[in-house]
Design a protein around this ligand. Structure first.
Ligand code: DX5
Ligand code: ZN
Length: 225
């Protein structure tokens, strides 16, 4: 799948964790090909979610969904192997996190393990912070809320110019990485993000929230078709 394909990625953060296997299957039945998993350490962000064990549980619930793991943690390089072993297929790390080694070294280790890799930018981090890594990533995640919590409003003014700058830079340089948006994505905001270059749309509240996920996924997909 290349960066011209649009995909809706349900974020498990908004699912019902008391029946995670049912939720994963509900997402698959609703047409999700990729699942987004938000790992939070209570340090890089002001919330604690789950770690590699949960990724492994989700891996057991689905053999064929692509697991997109978003690490909102410090020292992602220290924990990397555990997420690789757990069954992640893409691992995204934040440029603002602290590293025992470095962002570049960590990206190279992810790829050496046969996975895809991405970097994420906090809403206040400029696109220029991603420039040293653009040749070494499969995905650039432009956060459209301050990372840490689901259900926050889409930060259009702060993030859309950056997304467009990333798209323009990528296309001008013949690069192929995906542009992912995460936070506050609904049927009314997804088209705005698409217009500015996004092709991967992480949807928590708007996908798992409504009782009929088939319908919510259909509506979200239609909004970026
Ligand atoms: C926020 C997470 C998101 C979150 C999005 O820190 O990275 O993936 O689940 O949730 P919604 O779609 O509800 O804004
Ligand atoms: Zn996320």
């Amino acid at each position: 799948m290349d960066h011209t394909t649009n995909l809706i990625l349900p974020s498990l953060l908004a699912s019902d964790w008391s029946k995670i296997d049912v939720e994963v299957k509900r997402a698959a039945a609703a047409g999700a090909q990729w699942l987004h998993l938000d790992v939070m350490d209570g340090n890089f962000v002001d919330n604690i979610s789950f770690g590699p064990q949960m990724v492994q549980v989700v891996r057991k619930c689905t053999a064929d969904m692509y697991l997109d793991v978003h690490l909102m943690i410090h020292r992602p390089d220290h924990y990397l192997e555990r997420f690789i072993k757990a069954g992640a297929q893409n691992i995204t790390i934040h440029v603002e996190a602290s590293y025992d080694t470095s962002v570049l070294e960590t990206l190279k280790r992810i790829r050496a393990a046969g996975l895809h890799c991405g970097i994420a930018l906090h809403p206040s981090t400029p696109f220029e912070a991603a420039l040293p890594f653009v040749n070494d990533i499969d995905l650039l995640l432009v956060m459209t809320v301050v990372p840490g919590f689901g259900g926050q409003p889409f930060m259009e003014k702060e993030t859309m110019p950056k997304l467009a700058a990333a798209r323009d830079y990528r296309d001008a340089h013949g690069l192929k990485f995906h542009l992912e948006v995460d936070g506050g994505i609904y049927t009314h905001t997804a088209p705005i993000a698409k217009q500015h270059g996004a092709n991967l749309f992480v949807c928590g509240t708007s996908s798992f929230g409504p009782p009929d996920m088939n319908q919510s996924m259909r509506d979200l997909a239609a909004s970026v078709a």
